[in-house]
Design a protein around this ligand. Structure first.
Ligand SMILES: [Zn+2]
Length: 168
């Protein structure tokens, strides 16, 4: 199963830093190991208090000492590779289902566009070339969705877990 599907299956555990800010999703097995070795603690999503039994419904864990490490991990890796992963290696231009082999600047650099998560999308070579140095508007092309930052889905899942716990 590709990693992006696994991530949405609900089996991954969200790790938060000492300020309860979600920092990453990690595999359940890895989360159990971190808790068993005392590096992390299970959180009860209803109260955000530490949970005694780590084999209970584990959806959140806290790394009280790992804030610095988490930040460096988030910044690791080339942004292009991570944009490809975010966009599932699929061209992000509307009406195109091609596999993406390039990363396109939505607002081209020559028009002041920057190399940021919000300005980069996965694109197939054909869309990228026909768009050229134009904005999507100038090229009469539309994006399938607004490009998001690296942790957007993480915050969404975190909020869903908290909401579900408080409703129970
Ligand atoms: Zn395309």
């Amino acid at each position: 199963m590709p990693p992006h599907l696994d991530r949405h299956s609900g089996s991954a555990v969200i790790a938060v830093d000492r300020n309860y800010v979600p920092m990453m999703e990690i595999a359940r097995r890895k989360a159990i190991r971190a808790v068993a070795t005392g590096r992390a603690f299970v959180l009860d999503p209803a109260t955000l208090e530490r949970h005694g039994d780590f084999r209970a419904a584990m959806s959140l864990i806290i790394y009280p000492h790992a804030q610095a490490l988490a930040e460096s991990k988030l910044l690791m890796g080339r942004v292009e590779r991570r944009v490809m992963k975010r966009d599932h290696h699929t061209c992000q231009y509307e009406g195109c289902g091609n596999r993406a082999t390039t990363v396109d600047h939505v607002i081209p650099i020559c028009q002041g566009g920057r190399t940021t998560w919000q300005n980069l999308v996965a694109a197939c070579l054909s869309c990228n070339q026909s768009k050229g140095g134009r904005t999507p508007e100038q090229a009469s092309m539309r994006l399938k969705r607004i490009p998001r930052g690296p942790r957007a889905h993480l915050f969404e899942r975190f909020e869903a877990i908290l909401k579900e716990a408080s409703a129970a």
